[in-house]
Ligand binder design. Structure first.
Ligand code: G3I
Length: 314
C-alpha cells in the first residue's frame, strides 16, 4: 500500500483529487493524479456557467473530457456541483423569481441525466450557509426559501437514483453555528424523507487549525444515517514555507486522515488539486500557498508521507 489510493482502499475508503481540464496537458501533475488518486472531482467543468451558459443550451464537453480521463485511470467521479450561487450564469441570477424553480429543476434533470451512472456522488447543493448559520440569500433562496433543498435533492434523485446526493460546504468541519445550522437542516430533510445521502466537509484549512472536534462533528452527521466525506482538503502555509511548517502540515493531513478512518461512514478524502503549482490558494490568498501534499515539481512533501502513514500505508 505505497500509494494514497491503495492505502485508502485497504481501509475501505477512497483518496481523491480535483483537476480541471487544463491540467490534463500537464504531464507531471497528471502522472501523480493517475498514480495516487482513485476519485476525481472536476474543479470547474460541471458547474452551471460551463454546463448551461444560456437557458436550455447545454455544454457537457468539458465535463465529459474529465469523466473520460477518470475512466481511463480507473478513477470514480464526484460530480461538482448542481446548485451554487457562484459560477452561476447571470441569466439565472436575473430570472424573475417565479421562474427560478423550473430553471433549477431543468438544469438538475439535464445534468444528472447526462451523467447518470457515471458519477459516484453529486454535490447537489454547494455552500448554502453563511458563517453565522443563516442561509445565503442567493436567487434560489429568494425564490423558494429553504424549500429549494428538498426540491433540488428530489429532482437529482429522480434523474440518477444511483448517485449519493450531498450538501457540501466549508467552515463546517468543527462544531460551530454554521455546522449546527447544517445539522438541523439535514435532520429536517431526512425527517421529510428527502434523498439526502451525505455531507461534504470541504476542509480548506489554515496550517495548524484542523478543528480538534472534526471527528466528533463528522460522527454526529453520520449518526443521522448519512455518509460523510472530506471533499476539498488543503492546508495553506504562509510563504515561504519553513521546514517546521511543512512538518506541521504533515500533522494536519494525518489528523484529517485519522478522523476519516475513525468514522465508519466517512467514505473518503479528496484533496483540492494535485500539487502546489496548480493549487487555487496563492491566487485567492496572496502570500500563502504550499497547501497540497505535492510540491511545485510534483515531489511528495512531508504531508504526503504523513497522510500515507496515517492511512496505514508506507
Ligand atoms: O478559464 C478561465 C480562463 O480562460 C481565463 O483566462 C482566466 C482568467 O481569470 O480565468 C479562467 O477561469 C478561472 C477558473 O477557475 C478556471 O481556472 C476563473 O477565473 C476562476 O474564478 C475559477 O476559480 C475556481 C473557483 O472555484 C471559482 O469559484 C477554481 O478554479 C476552483 O478550484 C474553485 O473551486 C471551489 C469549489 O468549487 C467550491 N469550494 C471552494 C473551491 C475553491 O475556491
Amino acid at each position: 500500500d505505497n500509494t494514497l489510493k491503495a492505502a485508502a482502499e485497504a481501509k475501505g475508503r477512497y483518496f481523491g483529487t480535483a483537476i480541471e481540464r487544463g491540467d490534463l496537458g500537464v504531464s507531471g501533475e497528471i502522472a501523480v493524479a493517475g498514480a495516487q488518486f482513485d476519485m476525481l472531482t472536476p474543479a470547474n467543468e460541471m458547474k452551471w456557467d460551463t454546463v448551461e451558459p444560456s437557458r436550455g443550451s447545454y455544454n457537457f464537453g468539458p465535463g465529459d473530457q474529465l469523466v473520460q480521463f477518470a475512466r481511463s485511470k480507473g478513477m470514480r467521479v464526484r460530480g461538482h456541483n448542481l446548485v451554487w450561487q457562484n459560477q452561476l450564469p447571470s441569466w439565472v441570477s436575473n430570472l424573475p423569481l417565479d421562474q427560478v424553480r423550473s430553471a433549477m429543476e431543468a438544469h438538475i434533470t439535464a445534468e444528472a441525466t447526462h451523467y447518470k451512472g457515471q458519477v459516484y456522488a453529486w454535490d447537489v447543493i454547494n455552500e448554502p450557509f453563511n458563517g453565522d448559520g443563516s442561509f445565503v440569500p442567493d436567487v434560489f433562496y429568494r425564490a423558494m426559501g429553504s424549500g429549494y433543498f428538498a426540491d433540488a435533492l428530489r429532482t437529482a434523485h429522480a434523474a440518477d437514483p444511483g448517485a449519493k446526493l450531498y450538501i457540501n460546504d466549508y467552515g463546517i468541519e468543527g462544531g460551530n453555528a454554521k455546522s449546527d445550522a447544517l445539522y438541523r437542516l439535514a435532520q429536517s430533510l431526512l425527517a421529510q424523507g428527502v434523498p439526502l445521502g451525505g455531507i461534504g466537509f470541504e476542509s480548506h484549512f489554515i496550517l495548524g487549525q484542523v478543528p480538534s472536534d472534526m471527528q466528533a462533528n463528522m460522527q454526529r452527521f453520520a449518526n443521522l444515517g448519512l455518509d460523510v466525506a472530506v471533499t476539498e482538503l488543503d492546508d495553506r502555509i504562509q510563504l515561504p514555507a519553513s521546514g517546521a511548517a511543512l512538518q506541521q502540515q504533515g500533522t494536519d493531513y494525518a489528523a484529517v486522515a485519522r478522523d476519516c478512518l475513525a468514522v465508519s461512514r466517512c467514505v473518503g478524502v479528496s484533496q483540492w488539486g494535485v500539487d502546489d503549482a496548480h493549487s487555487w490558494i496563492p491566487g485567492t490568498f496572496p502570500g500563502t500557498g504550499a497547501a497540497t501534499m505535492y510540491d511545485g515539481n510534483d515531489q511528495p512533501k512531508p504531508s504526503y508521507y504523513a497522510a500515507l502513514s496515517a492511512l496505514g500505508g508506507s
